[in-house]
Design a protein around this ligand. Structure first.
Ligand code: NAP
Length: 247
């Protein structure tokens, strides 16, 4: 018996990195997983890996920043698997630059995917959560949304927004047994941090008490906890998974 036996989870940005690790962690605990990404073929490898764990998996294409695309994906998901118990809003991007040089396009792209995408996806499944009087919403924020970062004002604003959104949704939906929590990862080894040079990496390590970057599985373990029966009484929280960067 897994902790998530026969539950259906939706994970956005499931093709790689943290989203992929969450999909696999959930499948390992008995959940069926809808893997959402910009194109269905981007998540095929994750879908195959979920199926290898003996669970059902679906590849669903959606741009989380686009209302029509999210509506179509939600309609498809509510037909098959027909039920959603857990929603993980993980899809996210960076378009870094100092404020003085931050283009409107880079601002809009980051806010669109990271924050509006979280709103659109959550809204799309809220009616179903309310009807079944249960649901777990896990939003992937960032420590940057807590402490800010020079060169990432758009990203920091989007992730601070995700935290405020999560707390508001937690308050709105709590009376129906639905929880909403956020995870604030620090620096996790994925494509997003892969571009860091040696110097930046060394400077970064100085800020991390545990003295190493995190792995996608470190975030997945906390997402699994928040989706599991053990977190029944936890809502509106932000859990940092950051090697002690923010404390
Ligand atoms: P990643 O490896 O770049 O993966 C991001 C995933 O999101 C990719 O599968 C990407 O698809 C997908 N995606 C991007 N735009 C999308 C859209 N419009 N609609 C649907 N899916 C979309 O990044 P990651 O490091 O795993 O990041 C996952 C989440 O963790 C993000 O929200 C990120 O902000 C957050 N986070 C990461 C770190 C870190 O250190 N890595 C730290 C704090 C927070 P494509 O493959 O098609 O681009």
């Amino acid at each position: 018996m897994g902790q998530l036996n026969d539950q259906a989870a939706v994970v956005t940005g499931a093709g790689r990195g943290i989203g992929r690790a969450i999909a696999l962690a959930f499948a390992g605990e008995g959940a069926d997983v809808v893997c959402v990404d910009l194109q269905a073929d981007f998540v095929q490898e994750t879908v195959d890996a979920v199926r290898q764990r003996g669970r059902k998996a679906w590849a669903v294409a959606a741009d989380v920043a686009d209302a029509a695309s999210v509506a179509a994906a939600a309609e498809q998901i509510l037909k098959e698997p027909g039920r959603v118990d857990i929603l993980v809003n993980n899809a996210g991007i960076t378009r870094d630059g100092l404020l003085m040089r931050m283009t409107e396009a880079d601002w809009d792209a980051v806010l669109g995917i990271n924050l509006k995408g979280t709103y659109l996806m959550t809204k799309a499944f809220t009616r179903a959560f309310l009807k079944q009087r249960s649901g777990r919403i896990v939003n992937i924020a960032s420590v940057i949304g807590l402490i800010g970062n020079a060169g990432q004002c758009n990203y920091a604003a989007s992730k601070a927004g995700v935290i405020g959104f999560t707390k508001s949704v937690a308050r709105e939906l709590a009376s129906r047994g639905i929880t909403a929590n956020a995870i604030a990862p620090g620096f996790i080894e994925t494509r997003m941090t892969g571009a860091l040079g040696e110097e930046a990496r060394a400077a970064l390590l100085k800020q991390i008490p545990l003295n190493c970057l995190g792995q996608p599985e470190d975030v997945a373990g906390v997402a699994l906890f928040l989706a599991s029966p053990a977190a029944r009484y936890v809502t509106g929280q932000v859990l940092a998974v950051d090697g002690g960067m923010v404390m």
